[in-house]
Design a protein around this ligand. Sequence first.
Ligand code: GLN
Length: 215
Amino acid sequence: MKIGILAIQGSVIEHARAIDNAGAQAVEVRTCRDLEGIRGLVMPGGESTTIGKLLKLEGLDVEIAKRVKKGMGVYGTCAGAILLAKEIVGGQKALNLGLMNIQIQRNAYGRQLDSFETELDIPALGKSPVPAVFIRAPKIVSTGAGVEILAECNGEIVMCQENNILVTTFHPEMTDDLRVHKYFINIAKGTAGSPHALPSELLFSKQLSRKLAKC
Ligand code: GLN
């Protein structure tokens, strides 16, 4: 199964390695043509303003939105999450595809120096804590109907899902833990036919994940 990695900026190699090690085949996506034949797309972190501009230049913003609405899985990490949000709040704007029912605020933890590493409890991914790296991360300030919160850290939402759309404000690709990527591969598999057709293993983990965890 092919999973695309948006290869405009950010930790493309790290995401590709994680997707390969998690059991799918990573392919780099730079043009609309590269989206052919992929079941899911990872949108890495980076600088959301720059990524947004380059997406638009290639027409990828429109093509990605079209495919996600048809059920293609998409996973946004950090800047990727900003691009997927319905609304960017606060002063700093960027292009947003408006696909996920969340409001997000850029650079909400402060400056680069306020980046940090921690471990998260994510019930949907199992019992042991998941290492997470936050790099000039945004904050998901609110979620709307249909969005499932999968993890929180100090009261902030750091991972959530709306059908075939997954976002994390942290970078799992900077660690050796493959569970977030495996979870996304399952989402991409489940959305092959319909955005709402999640496999039963996922539905089970979604129920489990209702029990929110704090880091
Ligand atoms: N600070 C970046 C932005 O607002 C996101 C940082 C990241 O992706 N690690 O676009």
